[in-house]
Design a protein around this ligand. Structure first.
Ligand SMILES: [Zn+2]
Ligand SMILES: [Zn+2]
Ligand SMILES: [Zn+2]
Length: 376
């Protein structure tokens, strides 16, 4: 066929006749028309040629050009071409339809594209889910700092070694005293949290044989591994403590060891600033419950966005690390600012707090956790 008519009407009539006479689908017939001048993949008799000519096609008869090979898709049609991808023999109708690729290869490519799209859609759906979850989680965490309701906190005693049961009992008994102390600080500061800022619940002891995993290097990969290991460690502890993590705004894990030496020292824990989980190792004996709870409060306020207020030497920074920066004369202070950890006695001396009665929340920490408005 050397030429096909230009008008759409005569072309569709011709395509139908061509499809019937050659034995291809209508879309393959249309592709053949599109490809003209083109070799028809079947020998036609004079009646058939006359029918096509009447419909506007220009046909020329060639002799002996059709090879013996047959199209892989149309076994009745001559194959003049081969697929550029799989080398399968194919007719000119296939060639015209597939732009050089056989039906099988086209179908395979189409399926590949489809799977690709499904995969992309699937991954996008997961990503959207993760983003939604993260967004909701950030909102829920921020809501803690609105102080519209008490922030619920689980304090979980994780026992590492021979810590006396009585020491753990003492710590659980003193937990309400910490709740009261924080409430008193809220009232003293006229904080928006009001008279009931926290609801503390003690859990444990849960006996473990190793400390929580701590991060060694800060590469992104080891950080991710560390986060996962930590999550596994604490969800195991939660399960054994009978603790439903989703029911608490913050969880503080006190990893209790038997006291190794006299004198108590402050240690820094690992808490996600503005996160949900804090943990710290403490030495625990009968008379150390208050100190351990002081440390727990320090980690708890970290999870609510408070920052440390001691210097490189471990001493309270002035003035933000003072319980009462307005006090005149400034020293001695009467309490330990919770994020500074010690009671400053003079500009150069300080001592650890002796009981929860000496725990104070300074104005800067109060601003950081949303108890007080930020200064203009
Ligand atoms: Zn092929
Ligand atoms: Zn074919
Ligand atoms: Zn700290």
């Amino acid at each position: 066929m050397t030429k096909a008519p230009a008008s759409e009407r005569s072309r569709s009539a011709l395509a139908m006749a061509l499809a019937r006479l050659v034995g291809v689908s209508l879309s393959e017939a249309r592709a053949l028309l599109q490809a003209a001048p083109v070799l028809l993949p079947r020998a036609l008799d004079t009646v058939q040629i006359a029918e096509l000519t009447a419909l506007g096609a220009s046909l020329e008869t060639l002799s002996a050009v059709h090879p013996d090979a047959r199209c892989a898709r149309h076994p009745l049609l001559f194959a003049d071409e081969s697929c550029r991808q799989c080398r399968a023999r194919m007719c000119t109708a296939c060639q015209a339809t597939g732009k050089g690729r056989c039906g099988t290869c086209r179908e395979r490519a189409r399926r590949k594209r489809l799977f690709f799209r499904i995969r992309v859609a699937f991954l996008l759906a997961i990503l959207a889910g993760v983003l939604l979850w993260a967004f909701a989680d950030v909102r829920r965490r921020r809501a803690r700092n609105d102080w519209q309701r008490p922030v619920s906190v689980a304090i979980v005693v994780v026992r590492l070694g021979a810590v006396q049961d009585t020491a753990v009992q003492k710590l659980r008994q003193r937990t309400p005293a910490l709740e009261d102390r924080l409430a008193a600080e809220s009232l003293r500061l006229h904080a928006r949290a009001g008279a009931h800022p926290f609801e503390l619940t003690a859990f444990g002891p849960v006996d473990v044989t190793s400390s929580p995993p701590s991060s060694s290097s800060d590469s992104l990969w080891s950080l991710a591994k560390h986060t996962l290991a930590k999550r596994r460690y604490f969800s195991d502890v939660d399960e054994r403590a009978g603790l439903d993590a989703s029911a608490y705004d913050s969880r503080i894990y006190l990893v209790a060891r038997p006291p190794a030496h006299a004198g108590r020292k402050s240690v820094e824990g690992e808490s996600e600033e503005g996160g949900r989980i804090g943990f710290v190792e403490v030495e625990l004996a009968d008379d150390m419950a208050d100190f351990a709870l002081f440390v727990a409060a320090h980690e708890l306020l970290h999870t609510l966005g408070a920052t440390d207020k001691y210097d490189a030497a471990g001493r309270a920074r002035v003035p933000e690390g003072l319980a009462d920066p307005e006090r005149a004369p400034r020293f001695p202070q009467l309490a330990a600012e919770v994020m500074a950890r010690n009671v400053p006695l003079s500009a150069t001396q300080e001592r650890p707090p002796e009981s929860l009665d000496e725990l104070a929340v300074g104005p800067t920490t109060a601003q950081e956790i949303g108890w007080l408005p930020l200064p203009e």
